[in-house]
Design a protein around this ligand. Structure first.
Ligand code: PGA
Length: 252
């Protein structure tokens, strides 16, 4: 059965001290929670990953990176490889976030390479995609999302999906306070699952967790997560506060 996942994307927030504090708070808050089928993940900045991994040890909290370079090593000033992430104990990496696509020029082709590099290093991938407001206004959201998935992931063998989590994040809902309605999220998630089923069959499609991201808050998490094809959330703003984050985790 596929897992529910609540993942906090801290983006460029939290210095070392704040990272220690927030990891400690989240670790404590989830200690007694019934998390049989729910994974809880946080994604701090690169420089704080090693500390977060250490502080999350022997707890139910997992640590992911927010990005990764596709090359193994070499002359790529300022970049971080899959191997480096692994060496500090990271097992999951977020790829394709809309901010990476918009501000750092990450294309579907680059993302396909990043996905390959992560998987060949046995890292799990949380792969993000989503349409912009103009796409939705013109009824192109499914075309855009279908194409993002196809271009970055459809070269993979079915087996690779054991290490892939999908995160649908409509760009117009990220950090805006505006959320897709639970129905909009469900419709898109069902479309995503069908897209996977058409290519790989029902078994693969049913096994992949599909997260929703975009202004998920304690107040709306329960309703969004109650939809059958929504298997959790990728949380930005609300993941920076341990109480809000835990309230979202508890929405399951
Ligand atoms: P948000 O961010 O929850 O602040 O909208 C979500 C994300 O970017 O993953």
């Amino acid at each position: 059965m596929r897992k529910n996942i609540v993942a906090g994307n801290w983006k460029m927030n939290n210095d070392l001290k704040a990272t220690r504090k927030l990891v400690k708070q989240i670790r404590k808050s989830i200690k007694k929670a019934e998390l049989d089928n729910t994974r809880v993940i946080v994604a701090p900045t690169f420089v704080n990953l090693a500390t977060a991994v250490k502080r999350a040890k022997k707890s139910k909290l997992e640590v992911a990176a927010q990005n990764m370079h596709q090359a193994t090593n070499g002359a790529f000033t300022g970049e971080i490889s899959a191997d480096m992430l692994k060496s500090v104990g990271v097992k999951t990496v977020i790829l394709g976030h809309s901010e990476r696509r918009a501000y750092f020029g990450e294309t579907d082709a680059i993302l396909a390479e990043k996905v390959d590099a992560a998987l060949s290093n046995k890292l799990e991938v949380i792969f993000c995609f989503g349409e912009e407001l103009a796409d939705r206004k013109t009824g192109k959201e499914e075309t855009v999302v279908g194409s993002q998935i196809e271009k970055a992931l459809f070269h993979l063998e079915a087996d690779a999906y054991k290490k892939i989590v999908l995160a649908y994040e409509p760009v117009w809902a990220i950090g805006t306070g505006e959320t897709a309605s639970p129905e909009q999220a469900q419709d898109m998630h069902a479309f995503i699952r069908k897209t996977l089923a058409d290519k790989y069959g029902n078994e693969v499609a049913d096994s992949v967790s599909i997260l929703y991201g975009g202004s998920v808050k304690p107040a709306n998490a329960k309703e969004i997560f109650s939809k059958p094809d929504v298997d959790g959330g990728l949380i930005g703003g609300a993941a920076l506060n341990s109480k809000d984050f835990y309230a979202i985790v508890s929405a399951f």
